[in-house]
Design a binder for this molecule. Structure first.
Ligand code: ADP
Ligand code: MG
Length: 323
């Protein structure tokens, strides 16, 4: 069991950013409206995620750290859940196997809090606690007992870069959740959770960037597209400023990137790239899970139609601003 957890950890917990991703996604799934992320030393000494979501019932807290124990039921209409099937119920035991983890959680029904401490996969404390509703996960000394893995870690700055990039995109995907990200005591991101995506863009890219955004909007019988693209006077050296959200989840899509850049570069034949946040809504049946779930790749079943819609939306947004 312990060995299985360490093996699984190798797949699920590649680096500090993967721990952050798993913990923060659990906080989002728990219905939180506030999620605070505290990082020390690029995540190698501390990753702490505190949320105000539904919490874990005291009697379930040990179960949550057992392999394949998940409270989330997959339905055929929730393809994103099915997409992460491979890792279902594996994150917490995997993380606990390679760190010193403390979980304090108070569930919304009983209001009772419980604290569980796991070191290298072994439970060292399980006791009543005092805490507000929600969950507080502290992961200390990541990979302390897997020195081979620790050796592969890049610089603190590199690890932090991955964490920060992921949290930024998650905040863009969830403008209704108030996120804070702190590293070694300084605040790197704070969003308000008002639901206004322009506010999140301002928090990440600055207020002048937010002012330079044009609304994008188009729909047909299958797809609904909303979001923002930067005006031609605000460009970037690479395509990292493109964030795509599908049915509320941040994903990577070659198809979406390609069609929006096709339209953009037809109008603006420059070797620069726009800042973009695109949200696509569709029936989950039109989504196909592609390749490796952790890469967040998806495939769309009516691809040609979607491409045409994106190209039209980008063209309309930019042409409306032509001077
Ligand atoms: P999965 O997310 O695939 O279900 P995890 O190992 O990530 O598996 O989590 C196991 C279970 O622990 C979840 O199904 C959920 O019931 C519970 N859990 C984990 N984190 C939280 C949280 N922040 N708030 C409430 N419940 C949580
Ligand atoms: Mg999870």
């Amino acid at each position: 069991e312990q060995l299985a957890n360490q093996i699984a950890a190798g797949e699920v917990v590649e680096r500090p950013a993967s721990v952050v991703k798993e913990l923060v996604e659990n906080a989002v799934d728990a219905g939180s409206t506030t999620i605070d992320i505290t990082i020390e030393e690029g995540g190698l000494s501390l990753i702490r995620v505190t949320d105000n979501g539904g919490g874990i019932e005291a009697s379930d807290i040990q179960t949550a750290f057992q392999r394949h124990a998940t409270s989330k039921i997959s339905t055929s209409s929730d393809l994103f859940r099915i997409a992460s099937l491979g890792f279902r119920g594996e994150a917490l035991p995997s993380i606990a196997a390679v760190s010193r983890l403390t979980c304090v959680s108070a569930d919304s029904n009983s209001g009772l809090a419980r604290k569980l401490v796991i070191e290298g996969g072994h439970i060292t404390a399980d006791e009543p606690a005092n805490a507000p509703q929600g969950t507080d996960m502290s992961v200390k000394d990541l990979f302390y007992n897997t020195p081979a893995r620790l050796k592969y870690m890049k610089s603190i700055q590199t690890e932090l870069g991955h964490i920060s990039d992921y949290i930024n995109r998650l905040a863009l995907a969830h403008p209704g959740i108030a996120f804070t990200l702190k590293h070694n005591g300084s605040t790197l991101l704070r969003t308000m959770g008002t639901g206004d995506r322009l506010q999140v863009i301002a928090a990440i890219y600055g207020t002048s960037a937010a002012k330079a955004m044009l609304p994008v909007s188009a729909s047909d019988s299958d797809y609904e597209l909303t979001g923002y693209i930067s005006k031609p006077d605000l460009t970037r050296a690479n395509r990292n400023g493109i964030t795509v959200v599908v049915n509320g989840r941040y994903i990577r899509s070659h198809t979406v990137n390609q069609s929006l850049l096709q339209a953009y570069h037809t109008l603006l034949p420059i070797n620069r790239f726009p800042l973009v946040v695109l949200e696509l809504g569709m029936h989950p049946g039109l989504l196909d899970v592609n390749v490796h779930p952790s890469k967040m790749e998806v495939r769309f079943s009516k691809e040609a139609e979607l491409r045409a819609l994106i190209e039209r939306a980008v063209r309309e947004a930019l042409v409306s601003q032509r001077y």
